[in-house]
Design a protein around this ligand. Structure first.
Ligand code: NI
Length: 162
């Protein structure tokens, strides 16, 4: 297990699409462990592999409600419903926060780290986090879809979740 370097704003890799994982081997398991370590160390609620420089469809999420961590490999959106306007940040955009419109509910299907397909129906913060992280796999970042005029720079000395 190791902390990996988080790619930040301006790094072109963040605009690239991630490829599906073909085999959940030891390298992918190590990637998942490192992503969890990196996310927790950075005080984040989610991280996509592209953010540590790996263009594979792997996401880790932990919204700290006791239900996680979620490991999502090759996730597919099955259904989205409604909208929520939410405050959002991203570990690749340190200290920047803005309002974004996310689906109120999202249903996805993904592989877990054992290679088993599972379905997740999420709402509120979990729906927001899943939507945000799946965007990363498509090379999309939240800063490009913010509600105009809502971007804020927050003092890094404060302990904010991203
Ligand atoms: Ni992000």
């Amino acid at each position: 297990m190791a902390i990996r370097k988080i790619r930040e704003e301006g790094d072109e890799i963040l605009k690239k699409k991630s490829r599906p994982v073909e085999e959940i081997n030891d390298k992918i398991q190590e990637l998942i462990d490192d992503m969890l370590d990196t996310m927790y160390k950075a005080n984040g609620v989610g991280l996509a592999a592209v953010q540590v420089g790996v263009l594979k469809q792997v996401i880790v999420i932990d919204i700290e409600d006791g239900s996680g961590p979620y490991i999502l490999i090759n996730p597919k959106i099955l259904k989205q419903k409604g909208e929520q306007e939410v405050e959002e940040g991203c570990l690749s955009f340190p200290n920047k926060f803005a309002k974004v419109i996310r689906p109120a509910e999202i249903t996805i299907e993904a592989l877990n780290r054992e290679g088993k397909t599972h379905k997740i129906k999420a709402k509120e913060l979990l729906a927001q986090a899943i939507s945000h992280e799946i965007d990363h796999l498509n090379g999309e970042v939240f800063i490009d879809k913010i509600v105009p005029g809502t971007l804020e720079y927050v003092d890094p000395n404060k302990n904010n979740k991203q």
